[in-house]
Design a protein around this ligand. Structure first.
Ligand code: F6R
Length: 246
C-alpha cells in the first residue's frame, strides 16, 4: 500500500490523474477500470486538460466501469453511462467502442452479470482500477455484508447509500434500489488499484478500511490484501492515517 498525501481536492485530483496518465504512457492500450461519484470528477477534468494540451492519447485505451444503476437508460442524466460521457469520454479521444459499462436496462440480470464478467476477462483484465470510497466502506456498489461477493452481480442499495446518492436525484424515492456492480474478486484482480478520497467526512471510513480489520462489513478493507494499492487523499481525508502507519 502506498499513500499519496495531497493538500486539497485539486491537488489530490492531479496526483491521481498522474498515476492514470503514467499508466497510459507505459501501456497505451491499457484497460482502465473507472468510477463515478463526486470524487473522480476533478481527476477526469485534469486528464481532459492534459489531453487537450496534447500530453495524453487515449486512442488505444479501453475502459470498463465499476457499476451502473438498474433501470436507468444511458440517456438518463443520473445514469453512469451519462456521467462518463459528460465528464470524460466526450472530451477525449477514447474510441466509443472501447468503453464499457454494465447495461442497466438488461432485465435478465444473470445474463448481464455473465456478459460483463466475460467481457472484462476477454479484455485481459484491468490494468488500473480507479476507486472512490463510500461512507459505509463500499467500493463499486459492494455494500457492507457478512460475505464478499466475488463476480459481477446485482446489489440492493443500502439506506445509507440511497441517502448519500439522493443529492443527485430529485429525492431519495427517485434513487434506483438496485445496481449492477463488479464484485470484489473482479476489483482485486486489477493489477493496480488507485483509491481516491477527499474531505473530512471520509476520514473515519478511510481509517477503518485501511487500519482496521479486514471484514465484509467494510468492503474496502479487503484492499489491504492487494499488492499494488495507491491511496491518494487530501489532508482532510487522510487526517486519521498518521504518517508512517501505511
Ligand atoms: C461509483 C462507485 C461508488 C463511489 C462511492 C463514493 O462508481 O463505485 O463506490 O465511488 O460511492 O462516491 P463519492 O465519490 O461521490 O463520495
Amino acid at each position: 500500500m502506498r499513500v499519496i498525501r495531497a493538500k486539497d481536492y485539486k491537488d489530490m485530483s492531479r496526483k491521481a490523474a498522474n498515476l492514470i496518465s503514467a499508466q497510459i504512457i507505459l501501456k497505451p492500450d491499457a484497460v482502465l477500470g473507472l468510477a463515478t461519484g463526486s470524487t473522480p470528477i476533478g481527476i477526469y477534468e485534469q486528464l481532459v486538460d492534459w489531453y487537450q494540451k496534447g500530453d495524453i492519447d487515449f486512442s488505444n485505451s479501453m475502459s470498463v466501469n465499476l457499476d451502473e444503476y438498474c433501470g436507468l437508460p444511458a440517456k438518463h442524466p443520473e445514469s453512469y453511462h451519462y456521467f462518463m460521457q459528460k465528464f470524460f469520454f466526450s472530451h477525449i479521444n477514447i474510441q466509443p467502442q472501447h468503453t464499457f459499462l454494465p447495461d442497466g436496462m438488461e432485465k435478465d440480470t444473470q445474463k448481464e452479470c455473465t456478459r460483463y464478467s466475460t467481457l472484462i476477462r476477454s479484455l485481459g483484465g484491468i490494468d488500473l482500477q480507479l476507486l472512490g470510497l463510500g461512507h459505509n466502506g463500499h467500493i463499486g456498489f459492494n455494500e457492507p455484508s457478512d460475505h464478499f461477493s466475488a463476480d459481477v452481480h446485482v446489489v440492493t442499495l443500502t439506506e445509507s447509500t440511497i441517502q448519500a446518492n439522493k443529492r443527485f436525484f430529485g429525492s431519495a424515492d427517485d434513487v434506483p434500489r438496485q445496481a449492477y456492480t463488479m464484485g470484489i474478486r473482479t476489483i482485486l484482480q486489477a493489477k493496480r488499484i488507485v483509491m481516491a478520497v477527499s474531505g473530512k467526512e471520509k476520514a473515519f471510513i478511510v481509517r477503518e478500511a485501511f487500519l482496521g480489520k479486514i471484514t465484509p462489513a467494510i468492503p474496502a478493507s479487503i484492499l489491504q490484501l492487494h499488492p499494488d494499492v495507491w491511496l491518494v487523499g487530501d489532508a482532510e481525508a487522510l487526517s486519521e492515517i498518521p504518517e508512517g502507519t501505511l
